[in-house]
Design a binder for this molecule. Structure first.
Ligand code: SAH
Length: 361
């Protein structure tokens, strides 16, 4: 056994086979964690996955307007908070740093905001940290593995396509009970199997046999931590991601490689793994900590309320014809319902009292 496992390639598959051999089948969440963030062979440890030549493209990489509007959203909220100095400007999973670079450039219209803002980037990938250091050098960011080490105080937090990467557990309804989907070995290959679900999964309501329910423990922990910080020191948080509201059943685990759907188990560490965000579950966890959740609002509507069309028109008017066409098509892609405008949604968290943030009225 040991010999055949050691011969498995790539090395992450051999590592998973050893782990399953020693400890038994692993949850889908444990599999996602290994595949995405194993320090040597994990997907994010080994590459910059973004862009046309990578595996997927995100909103800030499609149009500068996305980050600019979010920068103005932050600056306006900061003024409404009474212009606290310092204020912690936090981004979770900043990718190449593009969103924050565009946000800080646009937020210069409120000069005191840039002076008061202390930039904190929560990022595990060493490759993407290097890209962020390059893009954001002027703002002297501090990096964190986790929100826990960001200092206490008033906070404006943004995260685009971060929650979808947090590991999910999957439960499958049998005739009368839920079972947990796990990852095991079948010969030399990874395969799904079902195990009796732990008794603490009591929050799973009855459903038709075969239904799949996804639970994301790390997003509940995060929502609670952010809620507690906002209640204690003020501020706001903005999450943009693809997902659903209200909570529902469905298998949304997906692998993407080179802009195409890929088998979830076929090449661990070589494809991005995500699942759609259960916005209602996330909002409930933040509200249980005393915060208030706003939205979710479809991305197209949210960006339009922040001034997407006007900003795009102004940029296009000053651009060469080719560049103007790219600006228009980028904004259409972000906002059109059949593109990213409806599946992607924006959700904000604030302390319980106070008016809605811009875009959530
Ligand atoms: N926000 C960027 C990148 C999205 S890709 C954009 O819109 O372009 C997901 C990002 O989240 C990457 O930077 C990835 O390394 C980071 N990430 C995912 N899970 C993480 C975790 N648990 N802790 C810290 N960073 C994480």
């Amino acid at each position: 056994m040991a010999e055949s496992v050691a011969a498995l390639s790539p090395p992450l598959l051999a590592h998973l086979a050893r782990r399953i051999g020693a400890d038994g089948p692993m949850s889908v969440a444990a599999y996602m964690e290994e595949a995405l963030f194993h320090p040597r062979w994990g997907y994010y440890a080994t590459r910059d996955p973004l862009g046309a030549r990578g595996d997927f493209v995100t909103a800030p990489e499609i149009s500068q307007v996305f980050g600019e509007l979010i920068g103005l959203w932050c600056a306006a909220l900061w003024q409404r908070l009474g212009a606290p100095d310092p204020v912690h400007l936090v981004e979770l999973g900043p990718g190449r740093g593009t969103l924050m670079r565009d946000a800080l450039r646009a937020a210069r219209v409120v000069p005191d905001f840039a002076r008061a803002a202390r930039l904190h980037l929560v990022e595990l990938s060493p490759v993407l940290r290097a890209a962020q250091a390059h893009a954001l050098a002027a703002a002297a960011p501090a990096w964190h593995d986790d929100l826990a080490t960001v200092p206490a105080g008033p906070m404006l937090l943004v995260a685009n396509e971060f929650l979808d990467a947090l590991p999910i557990r999957q439960f499958v309804r049998g005739a009368a009970t839920w079972r947990e989907r796990v990852v095991t070995m079948e010969g030399d290959a990874l395969a799904f199997a079902l195990e009796a679900a732990p008794a603490d999964e009591a929050d799973l309501a009855a459903a038709a046999p075969g239904a799949v329910r996804e639970i994301r423990p790390a997003s509940r922990t995060l929502a609670r931590a952010i809620g507690e910080r906002l209640v204690a020191a003020g501020g706001a948080a903005l999450f943009v991601d693809y997902g659903y509201w209200p909570s529902a059943c469905g298998d949304t685990l997906q692998a993407v490689r080179r802009h195409r759907a890929h088998d979830v188990l076929a090449e661990p560490g070589e494809a991005d793994l995500t699942a759609h965000v259960d916005f209602a579950d996330f909002a409930r966890a933040a509200e249980a900590a005393g915060a208030r959740a706003w939205g979710p609002v479809p991305q197209g509507l949210f960006l339009e309320r922040l001034g997407l069309s006007a900003r795009a028109a102004r940029l296009a008017a000053n651009a060469e014809p080719d560049a103007a066409a790219r600006i228009r098509s980028g904004c259409t892609r972000l906002a059109a319902p059949e593109a990213m405008g409806r599946l992607f949604k924006a959700l904000a968290l604030t302390p319980a009292d106070g008016p809605p943030p811009a875009g959530f009225a």
